[in-house]
Design a protein around this ligand. Structure first.
Ligand code: SF4
Length: 194
């Protein structure tokens, strides 16, 4: 059995498997403007605290864990409303084109279900740039996607085999671009295939 998988690794893998390998197999990380803003946001929300507002109990920065799925991660915000547990993940920007944030919320929901013995039906991603909460329905399809991604990340970490860097729109905002050089890496891969 591998060590616990960091919930954040699922998000990175869904964004780019090569980036996930660099971060979680090699331990490489470089900041850019986006990651610095993201870290600063998480530093603010990753301070333990709780409060009651109307019918909702809110608790920040608690650890979530699942033995069944071998997951661990610190939550940004968990709400309890009418006996329903709701994970809320904070992101610095606005919703992107990828579903990696939903996947991260679903992984938190899987942990919460195991920890509380209840079914988690919804969660949210809060986008700081737009100050909007996006509803995440913890559907069967999203659960299956998340479980498949957990299996893929587990395999990545166990084998350490580097997925190829594939250049795409996502590379534009990636803080590891200058180490990865995805256009060059893609050319080299193609050269070896030909
Ligand atoms: S530059 Fe692109 S291919 Fe390389 S790690 Fe970042 S997102 Fe992945």
């Amino acid at each position: 059995m591998t060590e616990y998988i960091a919930i954040a690794a699922l998000n990175q893998y869904a964004y780019c498997s090569h980036r996930c390998w660099r971060m979680f197999c090699v331990g490489e990380f470089t900041d850019n403007q986006y990651t610095i803003e993201g870290t600063s946001l998480h530093d603010r929300v990753h301070t333990f605290g709780e409060d009651n507002r109307e019918e909702t109990w809110k608790v920040r920065a608690i650890w979530l864990k699942s033995e069944q799925y071998n997951l661990i991660g610190k939550s940004d915000l968990i709400e309890l409303e009418n006996n329903r547990w709701i994970p809320v993940e904070y992101k610095r920007g606005k919703k992107g084109e990828w579903d990696n944030d939903e996947l991260q919320v679903c992984a938190q929901a899987l942990c919460l279900e195991e920890m509380t013995g209840t079914v988690v039906k919804t969660g949210y991603v809060y986008y700081a740039q737009t100050h909007q909460r996006q509803l995440v329905e913890i559907s069967d399809a999203l659960r299956q996607d998340t479980i498949n991604t957990i299996a893929e990340v587990t395999k990545l970490i166990e084998t350490g085999i580097m997925p190829p860097a594939v250049y795409g729109k996502k590379c534009k905002g990636c803080s590891l671009h200058d180490q990865c050089l995805p256009k060059l890496a893609q050319k080299v891969n193609k050269y070896h295939e030909d």
